[in-house]
Design a protein around this ligand. Structure first.
Ligand code: UDX
Length: 459
């Protein structure tokens, strides 16, 4: 994707973006590709130096190409000072973090200070666009904070425009949106934000609270789809059937859909868990029960915890054993380890006294204390078991004979469906997966229906 193969915005504008993380940097280069002149403000001096040197500090396919194109065409620039960027900009797009506090409430301090900063730097009327995920009512609160910081005579309006980008396919998601949600009670401000996007894109206009809730509810629904898949996966283990084919059969119903029904070690990343707890905290604050969202969070805790329990049920206590962990990223295609199930499995193994060696193609987690190896074979050296915790496609291409030769044991525990079962069997490796029971004619699954049949017969 470059500027010439890309649709153009209805009106090219000067745009300030605050924050050069996954969302901010992707939005900056994509807005530039749509024809806008973007100045991205990054306060972290180390990150800023890298960006000014043309480096991309995140792993996100397509961003480097768009950045080179945008910088080359004079449509993307970086600064550490909002005062340099905001004057002359029609909009300031806030893409700062809204992390969860320990009590689950979103921490909105970064977004409040970014709003105050851009408002203070405005020399004319300014529309602040909130892309960060925030609870309903936040844009109204941010508008109050911004108004207090704005110079006399400057009107600041806040519009909600949440981001739905998935890491590792963020550029593709940006240019192929299912919907662009624009929440504003101020018609002209909403029109201005709409004009940042090509006129042919599916715009969904609503009020700000609805827009904020669309984002929270969307991520909560994705989380609960995954938790549902994991709950069914646990049930399949007890019933002696394979969750893969059961969930494929469920997802084939177009009313349900097959996406986000992959079972595994639970969801992670910087958004789903945070937004789920954010929605629950918001529901609590508003006195509205949220039992479905709570259940999704509870099942996710169980999905992570069951991995080590299953491993110990098969291979005995992990204490003192060497276990190799393949994958640290929260999903394949990214170097992001925030709230990664793989990292929490590593922590759980270490807490139980296992010796853990890990490998990930691009992700790293220094807080695990130097357990990382240069490749999968080095990680497997002397291991009683190898756990596949992130679904990197390259793990499916490993030389299993070589892996087996490096191990002391012969157990592969594939949580993410990357190992070819016949290939593992061919080299004498035992393959365990999640959500796969062993059906026998004496399987206890037959007992309840038999009793229920007899009840009917007796009645
Ligand atoms: C998510 C949302 O999809 C995106 O719209 C939002 O704006 C940001 O948060 P992201 O965190 O990048 O995107 O990852 P996503 O692809 O949604 O996956 C989240 C987690 O769910 C990962 O840990 C992934 O492995 C897991 N997952 C996903 C499953 O366990 N099963 C699935 O079927 C799909």
């Amino acid at each position: 994707m470059n500027r010439h193969s890309c649709p153009q915005a209805a009106h090219p504008r000067r745009v300030t973006v605050i924050g050069a993380g996954y969302v901010g940097l992707t939005a900056s280069v994509c807005f530039a590709a749509l024809g806008h002149r973007v100045t991205c403000v990054e306060h972290n001096p180390h990150q800023l130096r890298r960006l000014l040197a043309g480096e991309v500090p995140i792993h996100e396919p397509g961003v480097a190409e768009l950045l080179a194109d945008g910088v080359g065409g004079g449509r993307v620039g970086f600064t550490g000072d909002a005062g340099e960027a905001v004057p002359g900009s029609a909009v300031a797009v806030l893409c700062v973090g809204t992390p969860a506090r320990p009590d689950g409430h979103p921490d909105l301090r970064q977004i409040a200070s970014a709003a105050a900063e851009v408002a203070a730097a405005a020399t004319g009327d300014l529309v602040i666009v909130v892309k960060s995920t925030v609870p309903p009512g936040s844009c109204e609160a941010i508008e109050v904070i911004a108004a207090e910081s704005a110079p006399a005579g400057v009107r600041v309006t806040v519009v909600s425009n949440p981001e739905f980008l998935r890491e590792s396919q963020a550029v593709d998601d940006f240019f192929n949106p299912d919907r662009v949600v624009i929440g504003s009670e101020d018609g002209p401000a909403g029109d201005l934000v709409a004009s940042l996007y090509p006129a042919t894109w599916p715009l969904l206009r609503c009020d700000r609270r609805s827009s904020e809730l669309i984002k929270y509810a969307s991520n909560t629904f994705l989380a609960l789809k995954i938790s549902f898949a994991n709950e069914i996966s646990g049930l399949c283990e007890q019933a002696g059937v394979g969750a893969g084919s059961v969930l494929a059969g469920v997802g084939a119903d177009r009313r349900i859909g097959s996406s986000f029904l992959a079972h595994g070690p639970g969801f992670g990343g910087s958004c789903l868990g945070k937004d789920l707890t954010g929605l629950i905290a918001t529901a609590d604050a508003l006195g509205s029960p949220a039992p479905v969202a709570r259940a999704a969070a509870e099942v996710n805790r169980w999905a992570r915890g069951r991995v080590i329990d299953r491993l110990e049920a098969i291979a005995g206590p992990v204490t003192g054993q060497r276990i190799a962990l393949l994958g640290l990223a929260f999903k394949p295609g990214t170097d992001d380890v925030r709230d990664s199930p793989a990292v929490s499995i590593a922590e759980g193994l270490l807490a139980r006294g296992a010796h853990v060696s890990a490998f990930d193609p691009i992700a790293s987690e220094p807080k695990l204390g130097g357990i990382e190896c240069r490749d999968a074979y080095a990680a497997a050296r002397g291991a009683a078991a190898v756990i596949f915790a992130t679904g990197w496609p390259e793990f499916g291409l490993l030389d299993l004979a070589r892996l087996s030769g490096a191990m002391s044991g012969h157990l592969l525990f594939d949580l993410v469906g990357v190992v070819d079962a016949p290939a593992a069997a061919a080299v004498g490796l035992e393959l365990e997966t999640l959500g796969r029971g062993t059906p026998t004619s004496f399987h206890p699954v037959v007992v309840p229906p038999l009793e229920w049949c007899l009840d009917v017969a007796i009645a």
